[in-house]
Write a protein that binds this ligand. Structure first.
Ligand SMILES: NC(=O)c1ccc[n+]([C@@H]2O[C@H](COP(=O)([O-])OP(=O)(O)OC[C@H]3O[C@@H](n4cnc5c(N)ncnc54)[C@H](OP(=O)(O)O)[C@@H]3O)[C@@H](O)[C@H]2O)c1
Length: 269
């Protein structure tokens, strides 16, 4: 299985890497990996003086860069605008909200459960959080979102799709922007119909999907900001660590059920 990993160089024939270096790369679901240090995006040396190694798989790694792509490149929210992000307690969602707060926005999260919502507001500093599990029908979800985003929504960072996206779409302001990052509610093959696409027209919305690995040009500046914020305690995150490689499949399935809290990691060694 492919996958991002962090670890330590055991042996190297590459002049830029030496045994003992801490690295992040595409090592896969295995305890040891042979990696071509010349291949773009395959291996990067990291500094663990102020940022723990595991964070390079989360807030200061691919999920963090993904999170930053929405607010910075797609939505470009102005201070005072309202940003809504789903899967808000997760690796990507948690960083989206904090990066939008740094840019002066009102930030609303959508997450499953009281504990996750409390964390999003109390620890990550979001302005409000809607617990979608407490609002199972569209009317109730609409009312909760209206209370959390009284001025409507200017920027949406979508991680979930389905009923959550439908509710957000109903509250989008004219000329709003929607960054489509993930549709996790459909990852097990469920249909996730868009209830009212006419709103895209009537509200003159801009929707754009993106795949972060296709935008390698943004990684250096993103990692710089994320690293600085994490090292100074301004970018907070949580991790759920599965204890062994045997637990990896169950941990992966757990993501689709919301059993993880923050970045799901697997301890390989
Ligand atoms: N476009 C890209 O380049 C890119 C890159 C990385 C990740 N992504 C996407 O970004 C999203 C977040 O990824 P992540 O790694 O940060 O994961 P995560 O948010 O840490 O974990 C996934 C979360 O999604 C929520 N979820 C799962 N199934 C759901 C459902 N049926 N309905 C509502 N919520 C559900 C759960 O949170 P609750 O308990 O709150 O429901 C779960 O904890 C995913 O959709 C992923 O595919 C996209």
């Amino acid at each position: 299985m492919i996958g991002g990993t962090v670890g330590e160089v055991v042996e190297s024939k590459h002049p830029k890497f030496a045994a003992g270096d801490k690295v992040v790369g595409m090592g896969g679901w295995q305890q040891y990996a042979v990696v071509d240090g010349n291949m773009l995006g395959m291996l990067r040396k990291v500094d663990t003086t102020h940022v723990p190694l595991s964070a390079y798989l989360g807030a200061v790694g691919m999920p963090g860069v993904t999170a930053r792509y929405g607010p910075v490149k797609l939505c470009a929210p102005k201070a005072g605008e309202t940003v809504v992000v789903s899967a808000a307690s997760g690796a990507v969602g948690g960083a989206v909200g904090q990066l939008a707060k740094v840019r002066g926005c009102r930030v609303v999260g959508i997450a499953g459960g009281t504990e996750k919502c409390r964390y999003v507001v109390d620890e990550l500093g979001f302005d409000a959080c809607v617990d979608y599990k407490q609002h199972k029908d569209a009317k109730s979800l609409d009312a909760a979102l209206a209370e959390a985003a009284p001025n409507g929504i200017d920027c949406n960072f979508e991680n979930v799709g389905g009923e959550i996206l439908n509710a957000v779409l109903r509250r989008m302001n004219a000329f709003g922007r929607m960054a489509l990052c993930g549709m996790i509610s459909g990852y097990e093959g469920q249909p996730i119909p868009l209830a009212n696409p006419a709103l895209i027209l009537t509200q003159r919305l801009r929707l754009e999907g993106f795949i972060v690995s296709e935008h390698m040009e943004v990684w250096p500046e993103a990692l710089k900001e994320l690293g600085t914020l994490a090292a100074t305690g301004k970018l907070k995150y949580r991790e759920t660590i599965a204890p062994t490689i045997e637990d990896a499949p169950e941990a992966f399935l757990g993501l689709l059920k919301g059993r993880n809290f923050g970045k799901q990691l697997v301890k390989l060694i």
